[in-house]
Design a protein around this ligand. Sequence first.
Ligand code: 5RP
Length: 292
Amino acid sequence: MADAQGNKKAKDYHIETPPVQQGFFVKGAGNGDWGLKNRLSKIFNPDTGNTVMLAFDHGYIMGPTSGLERLDIEIPKLNPYVDVLMGTRGAIRTSIDPASSKPICLRGTHDDSVLKDDMTLGSGLGLGIEEIIRINAQMFAIQTFIGSDGERDSLEVLCRAVDSGCRYGIPILAVVAVGKQMARTTEFFLLATRLLAEHGAHAIKTYYCDDFEKVAAACPVPLIVAGGKKLPENEALSMVYKSIQSGARGVDMGRNIFQSISPVAMCKAIRKIVHEGITDKEAYEFFMEENK
Ligand code: 5RP
């Protein structure tokens, strides 16, 4: 019902107070639309600016992977300890409870399988933006192959995803893949991350490298560090620590979590580095303590 009386009584206009400044905490997103910023605020914790993402999309190129044989059993155990779930639409639909409030980063590309021995040779867009909206995902992940044969196709896929993501306020995560024949040099990551940001990605998933602070400084959007092959837990925690210290805004890890001797303790230890700022040594002590 219209309330003409209430409107007449409104009087507290704070005339002397300047408008509250609407700064935004995610690097490079200050000029984005409200919906884009709202989704980014679900991916990156507004209190710390950082994120812990769990990658469990391995099956889309590797089939059943050690530690991920049963998505429906393994992922719900880890769900409470991470900020974001990164998976394929098949995994999300079949194995994640739709009542879960955890934000989803949906893998949006298809790539060559392990049988081809080098996934950087070919890929394409695996789903449309409607699927992101239907699943209610907060982020759209696009694999890219800078410097390898698949570069041109993957940049085309990225550009079209950025077009559709911007239309609906859905942030795009560009994922840097490193081909078999390519070296993980600082120069490569400087090039790849900057190039993907300039093609419109809102965040970049990349690998840790020497002089990572230069890579983070030169990239106008947040960097999220990938896990890669399983390392001993202390080394994986050191990589997380060095990444955050050098300017990464989070990690997106799979095998170093679900192939750990204690996946839940590993998640908790990673969170302590990413969100609480403890050192790698303290995190490893915490991990060992949790394992007793
Ligand atoms: C590969 C990826 C995938 O998300 C991948 O599955 C990451 O997981 P891990 O930490 O096990 O390497 O980004 O490019």
